[in-house]
Design a protein around this ligand. Structure first.
Ligand code: APR
Ligand code: ZN
Ligand code: ZN
Length: 366
């Protein structure tokens, strides 16, 4: 066992604080990871507000990269010294999705069995099974994906959650590819990543929609070919027009990614689709929200698919090394998502800045 510093959310709505926590040696199938960087995600804030679970105290942080320090018995995929990106969905290999060869739809969690504890022995719940706002954390070996060690840790870690969710929503869930138009509604970290994913996949046109001009500038930097400020009004007609300029007769975008997580933007996305188009919901809605009322005949009459994207339908072992390779070759600008590097004791301030419109991601660097 070792003692390390970690960010702990002790009670609902209380500011987070730094505590010294006990980390057990890795057991069978587990890995101890020295954290190098960890992004601050909305989900961390949701945990600390008690919106996801009442299982306080929590260890927060789940968008991380680090170096494997040691592994327990029965671990063969990673070894001490490996540079890894952590994921919050180690696939189980046993559920129906895994057995069908579609592990991206595995909903079984396969996290570390042992728990980190406070000095008095209180068990800590690692949010999303990670707890990487810490000098070191204990995870299941399947939560570690080895990637090129020369990648910048702060940029690499972002693939562990928000950026992967956006890239994957466009590419894996939406099926963005050449010859298809993509519109992204909501251009925070997740939406800008969806724009980058659509561009990477060769889609055109790629249209970005937001109510904040600064977000539209970030989307343009990520390769968006058109931007629409929807604070001025409903963007649907403009999306249709832009798509029809490229593909005469098109009645909207082939793929719309909704990265806000609200009924009104989901509805915009629904009607901004071309006939037989796909709408992908990737913004995480709060539990009180419901689908907007729509004539069922519109759902039927327009055809296509209404999907949600869970973790960008990613397969870490397939997607992380590939995306790091594209990053290293200058084809995917992960650095653009790192707005600021902060210290471990600045997570609470990063939560404050999350909604001021200037930050795509604050990243704790250790
Ligand atoms: N129309 C278009 N864009 C909107 C609208 C709207 N009505 N309302 C908000 N937005 C934009 C914001 O201006 C912001 O750029 O949506 C974006 C949301 O981005 P972030 O708050 O940075 O969130 P992000 O990390 O990208 O996550 C996307 O998933 O987890 C949830 O709470 C999170 O709702 C957020 C979503
Ligand atoms: Zn499974
Ligand atoms: Zn997250």
């Amino acid at each position: 066992m070792q003692q390390v510093k970690a960010v702990v959310a002790t009670a609902k709505g209380e500011p987070v604080s730094i505590a010294t926590v006990n980390v057990p040696d890795p057991g069978p199938g587990e890995a101890l990871v020295k954290i190098l960087a960890c992004g601050v995600c909305h989900t961390d804030l949701h945990y600390r507000e008690g919106g996801i679970s009442d299982d306080f105290p929590f260890l927060l942080g789940h968008e991380a990269s680090g170096i494997v320090e040691s592994v327990g018995p029965d671990v063969s995929d990673v070894a001490p010294g490996d540079f890894v990106i952590l994921n919050w969905r180690a696939v189980c290999g046993e559920c129906r999705a895994c057995k069908r060869g579609e592990a991206q739809y595995c909903f079984a969690t396969h996290n570390a069995k042992q728990q980190m504890t406070l000095g008095d022995g209180t068990a800590l719940s690692p949010a999303l099974g990670i707890g990487a706002f810490a000098e070191k954390t204990l995870v299941a070996a399947g939560q570690c994906t080895k990637v090129d060690p020369s990648a910048r840790p702060a940029a690499a870690g972002l693939l562990g959650c928000g950026v992967m969710a956006g890239l994957g929503a466009a590419i894996n869930t939406g099926g963005a590819t050449r010859g298809r138009s993509v519109a992204v509604i909501g251009c925070g970290g997740v939406g800008v990543a969806a724009v980058a994913g659509a561009v990477l996949a060769g889609s055109s046109p790629v249209i970005a929609v937001d109510i904040d001009a600064r977000k539209l500038a970030a989307a343009r930097a990520a390769g968006a070919m058109h931007t629409i400020d929807s604070s001025a009004g409903d963007p649907v007609e403009q999306i249709k027009q832009i798509c029809a300029e490229t593909y005469p007769g098109a009645e909207g975008a082939d793929i719309v990614v909704e990265a806000v997580g609200r009924p009104e933007t989901w509805k915009q996305g629904f009607y901004a689709r071309d006939l037989a188009g796909t709408l992908v919901l990737v913004g995480v809605p709060t539990p009180d929200l419901t689908l907007p009322e729509l004539p069922l005949i519109d759902v039927f009459g327009r055809g296509g698919a209404l999907k949600s994207s869970w973790y960008g339908d990613c397969l870490p072992s397939r997607d992380f090394p590939m995306l790091i390779d594209l990053y290293q070759r200058g084809r995917l600008d992960l650095d653009a998502f790192v707005t600021e590097e902060i210290a471990l004791d600045q997570v609470e301030e990063a939560f404050d800045r999350m909604h001021d419109g200037t930050v795509l991601r604050s990243v704790v660097v250790l």
